[in-house]
Ligand binder design. Structure first.
Ligand code: ABC
Ligand code: CA
Length: 531
């Protein structure tokens, strides 16, 4: 299936929902629906600190799919879609979508049922996919003391549908984490009685219907650790599409229990923490990151199904505490070149640097959707390299990587045919020669190897080793030139608003385009045969 999927843009195939194998080959762009785009290319001011609706909709996501697809992302994770409380509280409005009122209705701020259907159709028409965020742990109320179950909450109108009120205070007490309430005195998140058959049956039927009504391809699960494993198992077995779940914890064994016992594929919060500190300081060796990856491999039944991310809507953006451009690129490269499914949070391509929630939910319209920025090109290049690796080797996505500390500052990520050299030395430093051994790469002797980041070409020596330097702290993402597909092809950057001459990739555009044309024809023929 994998080579067929990776050639999808070349063929007008019907879209289908994502299973494990097809999800591994995806690259996800996470956006906050309210903050991604305004109708009619509007630019109305939006101050994240106000925590109010700013006006983004499902239709405005449709209007800007070129921008997302132009970077090589093929899946879009949108905010929760259901009706939320309409109050303006001391912590603002439900612009993020996590304050559910009645899950049987849609959030009219984001559009109509037809608009949401139009979004999945617009994505499928481009061979892209829709991932929807769902919350089954709670509904919302403005106060824990005045909260009354009622028909306003749709099916959850009885006291027996809820756990009795208590705030979660001790996050190490699992009973409390599951049975007490999230939120605060401004917005209480009334904790549903997930063990009850009524609640469980409702959610199981609801998710099946939601997926069918809107042709949803994948689900993001909110607040996983706040619902018991058994309830997740029942929930996840009631639908067919891929799920990625938020278990906000740094302990790999704890997170892995949800993959093992509840069929939830967690986001990789275990590796998130060492990635953020390793690439945030020139003084950190690669050891802790390598050791965490070892623990992840030991704990998870399948690490290649984890969701990798550097930024999201809950944590301060990496750019809020690190300004060195080379460090930022290395940190962003990690999720795209390692085991698992990459998730890139909107605005990373625009250099956004918002800190903790709500500052990390900036409006994207202030950027005019610039497709020529250095980071927009960087994500385009990395997605192209990852796709080329998947196209060249159909076990690429499910074969586990090997990490090696090459120097105190350089990490080798060997996931053939994609071989990356990441660094935390920073932009003011370059390395001595580093020898990447053939044992890690499977590269043939005297072979041309392209670095997708710089678009420079290198050649392996007579033994197949590659000797390179890290220059100015920039990451290197290598793939054998013969397998490169669209890597560094000028047509990749055709969407650019304006191309700074200095950053144009080297090489004759005409020639590369012609050979890619041939590749495309061969690829299409091969995938028709596979079908
Ligand atoms: C609002 C305001 C914020 C304000 C906050 C109190 O209230 O906007 O300014 O600070 C939604 C909205 C938020 C909103 C909340 C509450 O609702 O998006 O803006 O915040 O009203 C998910 C979603 C998240 C969403 C919800 C609620 C849940 O991704 O966007 O929030 O549906 C916990 C939950 C986690 C949840 C997260 C926000 O809160 O477990 O599911 N995310 C520790 C705890 C975690 C806890 C985390 C929160 O703190 O263990 O359980 O997450 O800060 C590691 C440890 C971790 C530790 C971290 C900090 O450090 O291993 O355990 O996490 O080393
Ligand atoms: Ca709960």
């Amino acid at each position: 299936m994998l080579p067929v999927l990776s050639l999808l843009p070349l063929l007008a195939l019907p879209a289908w929902s994502l299973d494990d194998a097809s999800m591994r080959a995806r690259s996800v762009y996470q956006l906050v629906t309210d903050r991604f785009a305004l109708p009619g290319n509007g630019t109305t001011a939006c101050d994240p600190s106000q925590m109010k609706y700013c006006g983004g909709t499902w239709q405005t996501v449709i209007d800007h799919l070129d921008y997302i697809q132009g970077m090589g992302f093929d899946t879009v994770w949108i905010s929760p879609v259901v009706e939320n409380i309409n109050d303006t509280t001391a912590i603002g409005q439900a612009y993020h979508g996590y304050w559910t009122l009645n899950p049987a209705n849609l959030n009219s701020h984001f559009g109509s049922a037809d608009d949401l259907k139009a979004l999945s159709k617009a994505l499928h028409d481009r061979s892209m996919y829709l991932q929807v965020d769902v919350v089954i742990n709670h509904v919302a109320a403005t106060s824990s003391s005045t909260f009354q179950p009622s028909s306003a909450y749709g099916a959850f109108s009885q006291s027996s549908d809820y756990h009795p009120f208590c705030w979660i205070q001790d996050y190490t007490n699992q009973t409390e984490v599951e049975d007490c309430w999230l939120g605060d005195s401004n917005v209480a998140l009334a904790d549903l009685n997930s063990e009850s058959d009524t609640v469980q049956n409702y959610w199981n039927g609801w998710i099946k219907q939601l997926i069918a009504d809107y042709n949803i391809d994948a689900i993001r699960l909110d607040t996983v650790k706040h619902v018991p494993h058994a309830s997740w198992k029942s929930f996840t077995s009631s639908f067919d599409v891929f799920n990625q779940g938020e278990v906000l914890n740094d302990d790999p064994a704890y997170i892995a229990s949800y993959q093992k016992n509840a069929s939830v594929n967690p986001f990789n919060y275990a590796v998130y923490y060492p990635v953020t500190f390793t690439f945030n300081s020139t003084k950190f060796s690669m050891d802790q990151l390598i050791s965490m990856v070892d623990q992840v491999k030991g704990n998870f039944s399948d690490p290649t199904l984890l969701g990798n991310f550097l930024n999201n809507h809950d944590n301060p953006r990496f750019e809020s505490y690190q300004t060195d451009k080379a460090m930022i690129k290395n940190a962003h490269a990690y999720p795209l070149v390692t085991d698992g499914i990459p998730y890139v949070y909107y605005g990373s391509e625009a250099g956004f640097n918002g800190g903790a929630d709500p500052a990390n939910r900036e409006p994207l319209w202030t950027t005019a959707y610039n497709t020529s920025s250095d980071m927009y090109r960087f994500f385009t290049s990395l997605n192209a390299a990852r796709a080329a690796a998947g196209a060249a080797n159909n076990s690429f996505y499910q074969t586990q990587m090997n990490l090696t500390g090459m120097t105190a500052n350089e990490l080798l990520v060997a996931k053939p045919p994609l071989i990356s050299l990441l660094s935390n030395r920073g932009s003011s430093s370059s390395s001595e020669d580093i020898t990447i051994p053939v044992s890690q790469t499977q590269w043939a002797p005297n072979t041309a190897i392209i670095d997708a980041v710089s678009c420079n070409t290198f050649t392996t020596n007579a033994g197949g080793d590659l000797v390179v330097k890290i220059e100015n702290g920039q990451p290197r993402v290598f793939i054998a030139d013969a397998q490169k597909g669209k890597v560094c092809d000028p047509s990749l950057f055709k969407n650019e608003t304006s191309v700074p001459a200095s950053s144009k990739p080297k090489g004759g555009a005409g020639k590369v385009n012609a050979s890619f044309g041939l590749l495309a024809v061969l690829g299409a023929a091969a995938s028709c045969m596979l079908l």
